[in-house]
Design a binder for this molecule. Structure first.
Ligand code: ATP
Ligand code: MG
Length: 338
């Protein structure tokens, strides 16, 4: 086993609903793969921490800032006034400016396309999510979509850096600049500026509506996609649908100062929480993203292969993939592959 002193500390938020069950699965699989990490577990608090104005404590945020790397299960924000949503708190406080979602066809799990292999990179801090909405006069409301040079350059830089570091050939900027001339226009201008610094990577601009059509028809046309917030929200779910749904898709949030907080894309799935039915694949593959961020590629490959082979074999699959296995049986099958 990995020696105690060489362990890398990472923050773990098991989260709510099915979160603790799938987080347990990740811990078991990581242990079976002898991954040299030590989990620093943090739970969502029962009351609002005035320092964060949310149910997340200051100590939890500090833990991510200190460790720089974390894994997060789904968090359901309790309803009520006077606090910020958990995801928004994390995004704002940790400056998580890019959401990266790898999306690839899982061998052995048949979907309409079997050649999906793309990365969506979503700007995560502004755009339509500025939260600036008001009523102008009765019957007329206004919502501000904010695009800044700073945030656009930052996410474009990340996209090209990612493409370069992962041997990807092309970056497509997704936009609607023909209509949103100023906002999406500025976003594209920033992407173009960054593209010039990476002559070996092909750069193209695709209008969002056309992008949807192309993705559904022939997803292999794309490689790395970078886009403003709302388009990213929609396109990344579309891509998740291409490979089999939310139980399968990982993501990783990149923050200022080298922070990486990996998370499953799905919510807390209250309908199946506590029933040992959840598919831990999305969180496991998010864990794999986290390991790649830590440059632990051997361990990442090992776990990724074990998960994919277990699904491909088809003997142990959870209900969402049409199987009958429990979370624990599926997890055990993955550990056996290791
Ligand atoms: P939240 O409010 O936290 O987003 P939700 O009610 O929207 O919760 P989701 O978690 O988004 O629920 O899930 C939508 C559907 O997909 C639910 O039927 C849920 O059971 C299913 N689902 C989501 N994640 C998983 C998973 N990991 N394994 C199996 N089923 C899942
Ligand atoms: Mg949901």
């Amino acid at each position: 086993t990995a020696s105690e002193s060489n362990l890398i500390r990472v923050t773990l938020f098991p989260g709510d609903g099915i979160g603790p069950e799938i987080a347990e699965s990740v811990k078991q699989v990581f242990k079976a793969a002898d991954v040299p990490v030590e989990w620093e577990e943090h739970y969502v608090g029962k009351e609002v921490d005035p320092r964060t104005q949310s149910f997340l404590t200051w100590e939890s945020l500090e833990s991510v800032r200190r460790n720089k790397v974390g894994l997060k299960g789904p968090m359901a924000t309790p309803i009520g006034k006077g606090h910020r949503s958990l995801n928004l708190t994390l995004r704002k406080e940790l400056n998580l400016y890019a959401n990266v979602r790898p999306c690839y066809s899982l061998p052995g799990y048949k979907t309409k396309h079997d050649d999906v292999d793309l990365i969506t990179i979503r700007e995560n801090t502004e755009g339509e999510y500025s939260g600036l909405e008001h009523q102008v006069v009765r019957g007329v409301v206004e919502s501000l979509k904010i695009i800044t040079r700073h945030a656009s350059l930052r996410v474009a830089e990340y996209a090209f850096h990612y493409a370069n570091a992962h041997g990807r050939e092309r970056v497509s900027a997704i936009h609607k600049a023909n209509i949103m001339q100023k906002t999406d226009g500025l976003f594209l201008k920033c992407c173009r500026e960054v593209a010039e610094k990476y002559p070996e990577i092909k750069y193209e601009e695709v209008v969002i509506d056309n992008c949807c059509m192309m993705l559904v028809k022939n997803p292999s046309l794309f490689d790395v996609l970078v886009m403003p917030n709302l388009y990213g929200d929609i396109i990344s779910d579309l891509c998740a649908g291409l490979i089999g749904g939310l139980g399968l898709t990982p993501s990783c949030n990149i923050g200022e100062g080298g922070i990486a907080l990996a998370e499953a894309v799905h919510g807390s799935a209250p309908d199946i929480a506590g029933q040992n039915k959840a598919n831990p694949t999305a969180l496991l593959l998010s864990g794999v993203s986290m390991l790649r961020h830590l440059d632990l590629h051997d361990k990442a490959d090992k776990i990724q292969n074990a998960v994919l082979n277990t699904i491909a074999e088809g003997k142990y699959r959870t209900g969402d993939l049409g199987g009958k296995s429990t979370t624990t049986d599926f997890t055990k099958a993955i550990c056996d592959h290791l």
